[in-house]
Design a protein. Structure first.
Length: 94
């Protein structure tokens, strides 16, 4: 039986692109809170790829993830107000 090598799932990348698109379009304005459970429900995915996408966006400064969230099970990120949509395009996220 021959098996083909599997490609890495693109779900976190797709979520990152969708969040970036929503930020650029203004659907998610600067300073808005992003709740993992709410985003997961809205996008129809589990929280794990949401978390991975938020970590990637935090790594390039698009969102801020507080270290001491009041509820560690409900990780909340905020869209960084200091970056405009040109930063998203320049960062290659859209």
């Amino acid at each position: 039986m021959a098996l083909n090598r599997l490609k890495r799932a693109t779900l976190p990348r797709d979520i990152r692109a969708e969040l970036s698109r929503a930020i650029v379009s203004g659907d998610l304005p600067a300073g808005a809170s992003l709740s993992e459970p709410a985003l997961a429900a809205k996008l129809g995915v589990s929280r794990a790829p949401i978390r991975e996408a938020l970590i990637e966006l935090a790594g390039i400064g698009i969102v801020e993830v507080p270290l001491n969230s009041p509820d560690p099970l409900e990780s909340i990120a905020r869209i960084a107000a200091r970056f405009g949509s040109h930063m998203l395009v320049g960062a290659g996220t859209v």
